[in-house]
Each structure stands twice: as structure tokens, then as C-alpha cells.
Ligand binder design. Structure first.
Ligand SMILES: [Zn+2]
Length: 511
């Protein structure tokens, strides 16, 4: 039996391609809820087979895509239908086992790449399928997720050769999927050495990377918020193989994976524009498409000029920030995608951007400033452990001495991450940013000085419960970077300075 694949969010269904050939007026029919694209596929299949040197049987051909209840979209069924017809007509010998076929056909018989090859291959492997035919451009992806015999088919003209290899069990020899290759070793992100004159921000990035804390960077335009954010993913540990498969699967499904590349092995960085649509952000123009927040899975989602994003988008971020997944309902059907990202928001201090600048003055009323900040929304702000004010960098700072590079910082981050993995091995969370409220007292032991600083700080800044939890989590990370089991006064004091802004009436203007 030949199989293809239909998406249902992150998951999906194998579709069996059944062909019945019987005597009658020559025709080609497709049943099983095909949309218009599948109907058009009939014509493509007919012409492509002919140009590839095969004759369509002059009989009644009926193709059934099962199960019928699953919606099938796009041109991804072309190749599987063509091969199923040839099999049923006796033009290809029996491969002896179920076979997954992916690919779109061009009229000249060339096989074009399709989205979501990892999803399809992973699902097929789960169901015991061990034979695969895929487009050449999707081969590295297919190899990364498969077990068994994988073959790429450049064109229908190559079919007899490829089918022979399939029967003999001779798959593509190259099992290199890009994860362990040299290309994946070098850190692809810009270096921290260039981020000068911003000691507070540099330290905040290190803490955020180590404990996976969400960040807000705010300051006048041109103070380096974007520059700083771009350097965060370069401080994070490389993805594990399992994480790498998840990320590549999502990118492949969205069609953002460059063709012919293998696994994505570094945490992704996504920077959607504030004009992005709700669907573009959270996903789901169809069950095929993950949004920006899922493309940032296991990496960093950076929202520049956060208050300019549509309100429903910012509200829609709350659930994924909390659970690491996003659930979407379309036309009565519900599906989900992973979206476990680290959130970095950037904002100007006020609508005009001049607040706190020495060279120019702000023209905003305090009401306008308040409204501007309120757009982010208290529920989302609550989940931001660290809020970092950035100042304009002076020319002297820019010419100043070389700062520490990403490599050394990453080493400390990695150590702190290992400490967390070990300490949290029996918990249902891994990183400090996710320590649950009930586990905070046990996992965050304070010494005497820390206890005093904590109580005094909370009182002085008038902080909420949620804010005090954030402070403990960030202090935990600061202690982990110091390789200290007990949290000291200096760790609490450091955490406090990142929580001074953004709660209730604390006025952003007074930086
Ligand atoms: Zn202003």
C-alpha cells in the first residue's frame, strides 16, 4: 500500500492511496473529500506520467484517499497518486511493504519539494513504515527522521532506477542530517563582544539565558534594544537532537526551512514585525501552518516595539508563555502546535520615544504614557521576570575596551543550566523561570542577609506576590551562575533591580 500524509496541526494522519482500475470509458476520478487542488492534480498526474514515459491505462481509474473524513489540501498528493496508479496497473513490482510517498509533480515529471516532510516521516515511522520516496530537496529532512530505506526521486524519468533500489533495500547511503556536521558547530549569532557600554543589559542577557527568563528591554530609539536581543540566542545551549527535530519539523511544516538543509541545531531567533496578523503570529490559516511563536519554539521570540502589536496578539501570547503550546480552533476543528519560546519584548519608554533622553524632550502626557504601557497588558507583563532599562550609549563607550565575547558567557550559562537540570530532575519543570510557586520555598533557600534584603525590597517597592516570585526565580539563577546552593543577599539585590519597573503605578518615566 502507498501512503501520503495530511496535517492536523503539529500532528497529522497517514492517508492511504487506493487505486481501482476497471474496464470502461477511460477516466481518472479522485474521491475522499479532495479539495480543488487535488482535483487539479488529476491533470498534472496524467500529463506528468506521460512526459515521464508512462502511459496511463486506458480504463476507468478510481483513486480513493482514505480516511475520507480528513481534509486534504494542496498538491502534495500528486506523486503518491501517480505511483499508486502505476502499481495498480502492474507497471511497478511490489515493494513488499507499505511505502510513504511525498512530492508534488510538475508537468514535465519533475518532483518538487513539499512542506512538512519530517512530520510525515515521523508519523509513518511510528506506524511501522520503513520505505520512503521523497523529493531530492527534502532528502536531508527525511533522513533525519526516518528509519529504513529512504530514496529521493528527482523526476518520473528516474522512477525505474529508484524503484529497483527500493526493491533491493538500497537506500541513500548518506545518513548525514546536518545535526552533527561541521556547519552546525559554529555559533550563527552575533557576538556579545560588540555590545558595549551596557553593563546592566549584558548581565541581564546572561541571567535570562541561564534561567530562561522572559525579558523586557526599554529605552529611547537607537539605544541598542534590537542589537542586544539578537545576541541572546547565541548564549543559549545548542539544541539537543530531540529539540532539533521538533524545531526543524515546525520550520519544515511552515515552509520556512531552506530546501536541502538538514536539522536546525541552534535555538531559533524570530523577530516578527508589529504589523503581523494574528494568524501569522499564533498560526493556523490552515491546519498546516505554525505561526511565528511556533517558529520560535526552543528559541527566542523578539517583539520590537511591543505596544504597537495588535492587542489580541499580545493577549494570545499568554497561554503559550505559560504552557509552551498554542491551541487553535478553525471551522470547529481544534489543533495545537508547540510554542515553547523565550520572550523578549522591546519598547520605547513613551509614545514619542524621547522620555529619559538628555538631548531632546518628551512631548507625551502622563496619560498617553500610561496608555502606551497598558497595551502590553498586566497578565503578560506578570510573566516577564526581568525589565531592563537601556540608556543611550556614549561615543566613548563605543570606542571603549573590548567586552567579553559570547563563548565565555555561554560556558557559564551552560554550567548554570546543568545545575538546574540536576536540581530539577524530579520536578515537572526544568528551568528556574518555570519553578512553580509551591516549589519556590524548597528550591530557593535564602541565607539571613538574603531574607532581610528580600523583605525590605518587597516592602520598599510595594511589590505584588507575583513580583516577589519573579525575584526569587531570578535570584535563584544569579546564585546558580555563582555555583551557590544558598541564595545570598547580593543575588536578591540583583534580582530586585530588574523588577522595579512596570507594575501597577510605578511610573516608567522615572528612570
Ligand atoms: Zn514621549
Amino acid at each position: 500500500m502507498i501512503y501520503c500524509y495530511a496535517f492536523r496541526g503539529y500532528e497529522g494522519d497517514l492517508i492511504s492511496v487506493e487505486v481501482d482500475i476497471r474496464r470502461g470509458i477511460p477516466s481518472l476520478e479522485v474521491v475522499g473529500l479532495p479539495d480543488s487542488a487535488v482535483r487539479e492534480a488529476r491533470e498534472r498526474v496524467r500529463v506528468a506520467l506521460k512526459r515521464g514515459g508512462f502511459e496511463l491505462p486506458l480504463e476507468r481509474i478510481l483513486i480513493n484517499l482514505a480516511p475520507a473524513g480528513v481534509k486534504k489540501e494542496g498538491a502534495r498528493y500528486d506523486l503518491s497518486m501517480a505511483l499508486a496508479i502505476l502499481r495498480a496497473g502492474g507497471k511497478l513490482p511490489d515493494p513488499g511493504a507499505p511505502l510513504l510517498v511525498l512530492g508534488e509533480l510538475q508537468l514535465d515529471g519533475t518532483v518538487r519539494a513539499v512542506r512538512g516532510v519530517i512530520s510525515a516521516v515521523s508519523e509513518a515511522v511510528k506506524r511501522g513504515i520503513r520505505l520512503f520516496i521523497v523529493p531530492p530537496d527534502n532528502l536531508p529532512e527525511a533522513l533525519s527522521a526516518s528509519e529504513g530505506t529512504v530514496l529521493s526521486l528527482p523526476s518520473l524519468g528516474d522512477l525505474n532506477r529508484v524503484w529497483d533500489s527500493l526493491i533491493r533495500g538500497e537506500g541513500e547511503a548518506d545518513r548525514e542530517d546536518g545535526y552533527g556536521s561541521g556547519a552546525g558547530e559554529g555559533n550563527p549569532y552575533p557576538d556579545m563582544g560588540d555590545l558595549k557600554g551596557q553593563p546592566l543589559c549584558r548581565r541581564a542577557l546572561e541571567l535570562a539565558a541561564a534561567g530562561r527568563h522572559n525579558l523586557l528591554l526599554f529605552g529611547p530609539p537607537g539605544c541598542g534594544k534590537t542589537m542586544a536581543s539578537r545576541r541572546l540566542p547565541g548564549l543559549l545551549p545548542r539544541l539537543t537532537r530531540e529539540e532539533s527535530l521538533e524545531v526543524t519539523r515546525l520550520w519544515s511544516q511552515a515552509g520556512t526551512l531552506r530546501e536541502g538543509t538538514g536539522l536546525i541545531s541552534w535555538p531559533p531567533f524570530r523577530m516578527p514585525h508589529h504589523s503581523a496578523s494574528l494568524q501569522g503570529m499564533v498560526g493556523g490559516s490552515s491546519s498546516v501552518s505554525p505561526g511565528e511563536i511556533s517558529l520560535a519554539h526552543r528559541g527566542v521570540l523578539f517583539l520590537d516595539e511591543t505596544p504597537e502589536f495588535q492587542m489580541p496578539i499580545l493577549q494570545g501570547l499568554r497561554e503559550p508563555v505559560e504552557n509552551g503550546t498554542v491551541r487553535i480552533t478553525r471551522a470547529g476543528k481544534s489543533f495545537w502546535f508547540p510554542a515553547d519560546f523565550q520572550l523578549v519584548m522591546a519598547a520605547n519608554p513613551c509614545p514619542c520615544g524621547n522620555l529619559g533622553r538628555e538631548s531632546s524632550s518628551c512631548i507625551c502626557t502622563s496619560r498617553e504614557i500610561e496608555r502606551y504601557w497598558r497595551k502590553i497588558g498586566g497578565a503578560l507583563m506578570d510573566r516577564i521576570d526581568m525589565r531592563v532599562p537601556l540608556k543611550q550609549v556614549s561615543p566613548e563607550d563605543l570606542l571603549g575596551r573590548e567586552e567579553e565575547g559570547s563563548g565565555l558567557i555561554r560556558k557559564r550559562v551552560n554550567t548554570a543550566r546543568e545545575i538546574q537540570k540536576e536540581r530539577h530532575r524530579k520536578e515537572d519543570f526544568l528551568w528556574n523561570a518555570r519553578i512553580t510557586v509551591s516549589r519556590l520555598p524548597d528550591l530557593c533557600p535564602l541565607d539571613e542577609g538574603a531574607r532581610k534584603a528580600f523583605t525590605a525590597g518587597i516592602g520598599k517597592l510595594g511589590l505584588s506576590f507575583r513580583a516577589s516570585h519573579s525575584i526569587l526565580r531570578v535570584a535563584r539563577t544569579a546564585a546558580d551562575l555563582d555555583i551557590s546552593e544558598i541564595i545570598g543577599e547580593e543575588h536578591i539585590l540583583e534580582a530586585l533591580q530588574y523588577r522595579r519597573y512596570g507594575d501597577r503605578d510605578i511610573f516608567w518615566g522615572k528612570l
